[in-house]
Each structure stands twice: as structure tokens, then as C-alpha cells.
Design a protein around this ligand. Structure first.
Ligand code: GAP
Length: 464
């Protein structure tokens, strides 16, 4: 089997496990689905929450000079003009003249090994398309007959507030990135907290983009979640602080359990005019290395634009030197969904066991596992076992996510917990009623040991 085939297989296996075990469901499935939108199931919600709290801890909790924010999805329409999104936030779209399929031109070019930088103008991308017109194929019908590419704006519009006739009848948008909420609250945060430059504002929240192509599962969604941090810095220190964050974010992914060989740097060469530097951390997804996080040195572009469009002075006065200046911005930006897919890809393991059977196990780092402990009574129809198992579940679930399971036989329960990545399974059997011990089974080694019920809490404290 070729490598590609294997990788394709891995993606299918991850998609199928995600649905079967309640990590991710396609949106609106009973209505035939809804392109590039997905729902997180019960275990998916837990995993996503764990990913978000890991990020929050690394960015806000552990950094004295970074504070949190939760700004709204709806914002004043002028914000998206100031940010440049109304004018320039677009992807090149072309239509196949044979089957009328609409494709993202940079993606169809990429399929043929022609690299089109996302910062190219409409003219530049059309030149590339013409040069390669016999090579690029429609992903649907396979023919090479595309229309001219047109830029398609990615902002999602809403009709919010239309009845008031406010805002010059301009459309209101669902935010295309969370960081704009940070820039427009820069002064509020400065005035209400004790931060001083250099300081950061971090935010986790939904963003919306009219992505042209719906593909690669949760990698490219139309409704997704971002975890963004904007550091406001003195212009003279900007590049040092930028380098510092590049290192910190790389280390963060290693700490998250992603293997070094599955990560790599990609430097953007064609920068937007305001950016000073842009690097991506890429992860080796089942479909190849692709962007996981972007780390950008944005200069003073954002505060300059919002000062200009709002008419408010957003400059900062250093309390010690009295120097007045517009801070520069260093940004780290990653999607929850992309991190989720990287974590699933890394965790998915198929193992051949000594007895010749196979198991699928999600070897999540324990801090990310959706369920930390599963508690089983050996038999469902023995009230004394069920009572004891329920007591243990009640006690342990105070501090962590636990699951009580009395369905099927123990083998089936282990298989299920392996597939959702539960680090420990505890079984209450008849001996437990006598010796006050339970069998603790380790997800990774599958080793079993007897542990006293009264020691369970300290065992879990130590091992989780
Ligand atoms: N504020 C900068 C910004 O939004 P971006 O490169 O457009 O930069 C940052 O997006 C990150 O957001 C990406 O690295 C990716 O992890 C995530 N992201 C962007 N578009 C996405 C989409 N359609 N679906 C899922 N995640 C997305």
C-alpha cells in the first residue's frame, strides 16, 4: 500500500472514529448536512475544553503581563473597513466551464505542485492560472477548463440591526477573526487593569469565514474557533519579543504532546505590506504538513488603522519616560479545531496485541483526555457491586471527568474507553466487597493492579 493511500486511510479512520465515539458530528446531518460546519459531540466538547484551558493556562495564567478578554462576535461595521477585511480579505475563485464546480484557484494549483502565495493579487493569480491552464484540473470532473479567477470576499454578512437604519445601511459582519475585538479594546484594558507595555491580551472565540472549499474535515471550517493573543510592544523591542514568542509557541506544542518530527516552520515570503514577519507552525496532518498556527509581527498597522477610522487616539504614554507612541503588535493565532485535529492525529494508534487481536487506542496526553477515569461494576445485575461502583464514581467525579459504565462485558467496556482515550478504568468485583480494593487498568500498558479504594484519590492525583 502506498504512503498516500495509508494517509488517506488514516483520515477516514479518524473521521469515522470521531462520529462513532462522539467526538465530531457533521452539522445538520439529518437534513443532509451543511458544508464545512461541524458539531462537537460529548467527548469532543470535553477534549476541546481541555485544549482551550491548556492554551489559556500557557498564555494567561502563566504570564503576569497577559490578560484575558471575551469580546462580541458582532462589532461595528467600520471595524472591518479599518482592518482591511472589507476591501482585501478574499480568496481567488474560478468556475469549471465544464461542470460549473467552483474551486479555490490556489488550491487547484497547489494540487499540481504550483505554489500560489495567499498574498497574491487577482492579476498575479490569473497569470499563474493561464501559465498552467493545461495542468490544473477540476477536482470534480477532472477537466482543465477554468474561467478567469475572481476574488471572493470571505466575510460573512448578517442582517443584524437592519431595521434601525443605522450604520449607513452597511452590512453587519460575523467576525472574521477574533483579534479585532482585542485591538478595539486596547484602551479599555489599559485603563482598567495594571498592565504596562509590553503586555498582551488573549481571547478564545468563534470566527466565521465564507471558505470556498469545504474539505479536510475540521481543518477548514466556515464557523471555527480561534485562540489569539496580541502583545502590545515598544517598536524597538518588537522583533526580540516576536522571536521569543516563536520559541514559546513551538515549545507549547511539544508540551501538548505533538512530536517534534510532526512539526515544522514555514516562513511567509510575500508579506502583506504592513507585516514585518510571518511564520507558521505547520503540523503533519494525515493530508500532509499544513498551517496550525500563525505568528505575526504586525507593526503598528492595527492601532494606526483603528485610530484613523475611530478618530480616537490609541497611542500609549510610557509612565516612566513619558514617551508617547503607537505600540507594535506581535500576534500568535491558532484554531481550536486545527489543534483538535492535530491532537486526534497524534493520538490515534492501532496496536496488535499478544493474543493476535487488534485494538484502536487514543493515546491522548492525560491532561487532554476527555474522560480521566471510567468506573465499572463487574456485573450490572449485582446491586452490591453497582452500589459500590456508584459510590466511587461520586467521590472521584468531584475533581475530574469520570464515567460510569455497566453496559456489555468488561472487554467491550475497555475497548470503548480505549477509543475515547480514558487513561484509567476501575473495576469493582466481588473481592472489592471484602478487601476494599479495585482493579485499576492502565490505558497504555493495559497492566492491571489492585489498589485500595481509600488510596484512589492520591493515586489519581499522582498519575493524572
Ligand atoms: N488574526 C490572524 C488570523 O486570523 P489566519 O492565518 O487567517 O490569521 C489564524 O488564521 C489561525 O486560525 C490559523 O492558523 C488556523 O489555525 C485558524 N483558522 C483560520 N481559518 C480557519 C478555518 N477556516 N477553519 C479552521 N481554522 C481556521
Amino acid at each position: 500500500m502506498s504512503k498516500e493511500k495509508n494517509e488517506e486511510n488514516l483520515m477516514q479512520k479518524i473521521v469515522s472514529l470521531s462520529k462513532r465515539r462522539g467526538f465530531i458530528f457533521p452539522s445538520s446531518e439529518i437534513y443532509g448536512g451543511f458544508g464545512a460546519v461541524y458539531d462537537y459531540g460529548s467527548y469532543g466538547t470535553e477534549l476541546a475544553n481541555n485544549i482551550k484551558s491548556t492554551w489559556w493556562k500557557a498564555m494567561v495564567q502563566k504570564n503576569q503581563n497577559i490578560v484575558g478578554l471575551d469580546s462580541s462576535i458582532f462589532m461595528h461595521p467600520r471595524i472591518w473597513e479599518a482592518s482591511g477585511h472589507v476591501g482585501g480579505f478574499s480568496d481567488p475563485l474560478a468556475e469549471c466551464k465544464e461542470c460549473h464546480f467552483r474551486a479555490r484557484v490556489d488550491h487547484v494549483l497547489e494540487e499540481e505542485g504550483v505554489f500560489a502565495d495567499e498574498k497574491m493579487t487577482e492579476k498575479e493569480i490569473n497569470k499563474l492560472l493561464i501559465e498552467n491552464k493545461d495542468k490544473v484540473k477540476c477536482p470534480k470532473c477532472g477537466k482543465s477548463n477554468f474561467s478567469e479567477a475572481k476574488n471572493f470576499n470571505l466575510l460573512v454578512q448578517s442582517n443584524l440591526g437592519n431595521f434601525t437604519g443605522n450604520w449607513d445601511k452597511k452590512p453587519t459582519y460575523l467576525r472574521g477573526e477574533t483579534c479585532q475585538g482585542i485591538y478595539v479594546n486596547f484602551k479599555n484594558v489599559l485603563d482598567s487593569t495594571r498592565v504596562k507595555v509590553p503586555f498582551g491580551i488573549a481571547q478564545i472565540g468563534k470566527a466565521f469565514r465564507n471558505e470556498i472549499t469545504a474539505r479536510q474535515f475540521i481543518f477548514r471550517k466556515r464557523e471555527f474557533e480561534q485562540m489569539e493573543m496580541q502583545m502590545f510592544v515598544h517598536p524597538d523591542n518588537a522583533m526580540d519579543i516576536y522571536e521569543d514568542w516563536r520559541n514559546k509557541r513551538w515549545q507549547y506544542y511539544l508540551d501538548l504532546g505533538l512530536k517534534k518530527e510532526n512539526l515544522k516552520w514555514h516562513q511567509h515570503e510575500n508579506l502583506v505590506f504592513y507585516a514585518k514577519a510571518a511564520w507558521d507552525i505547520e503540523y503533519k496532518f494525515p493530508f500532509g504538513f499544513k498551517e496550525l498556527e500563525g505568528i505575526h509581527a504586525r507593526g503598528d498597522y492595527d492601532l494606526t488603522q483603528h485610530s484613523k477610522f475611530s478618530g480616537k487616539d490609541l497611542s500609549y504614554q510610557d509612565p516612566k519616560t513619558n514617551e508617547k507612541y503607537l505600540p507594535h503588535v506581535v500576534e500568535t493565532s491558532v484554531g481550536v479545531d486545527r489543534t483538535f485535529l492535530a491532537v486526534l492525529t497524534e493520538a490515534y494508534i492501532e496496536e496488535k496485541l499478544e493474543d493476535g487481536s487488534e485494538r484502536v487506542v487514543m493515546k491522548f496526553p492525560k491532561k487532554l483526555a476527555p474522560i480521566k477515569v471510567a468506573v465499572f461494576p463487574l456485573l450490572k445485575n449485582k446491586p452490591e457491586l453497582v452500589k459500590k461502583a456508584k459510590e466511587i464514581f461520586e467521590n472521584l467525579s468531584d475533581k475530574r471527568m469520570c464515567e460510569f459504565d455497566d453496559n456489555g462485558n468488561i472487554g467491550k467496556r475497555y475497548r470503548r474507553q480505549d477509543e475515547i482515550g480514558t487513561p484509567y478504568c476501575l473495576t469493582v468485583d466481588f473481592d472489592s466487597l471484602e478487601d476494599e480494593k479495585v482493579t485499576v487498568r492502565d490505558r497504555d500498558t493495559m497492566k492491571q493492579e489492585r489498589i485500595e479504594i481509600r488510596d484512589l484519590e492520591s493515586f489519581l492525583e499522582k498519575n493524572l
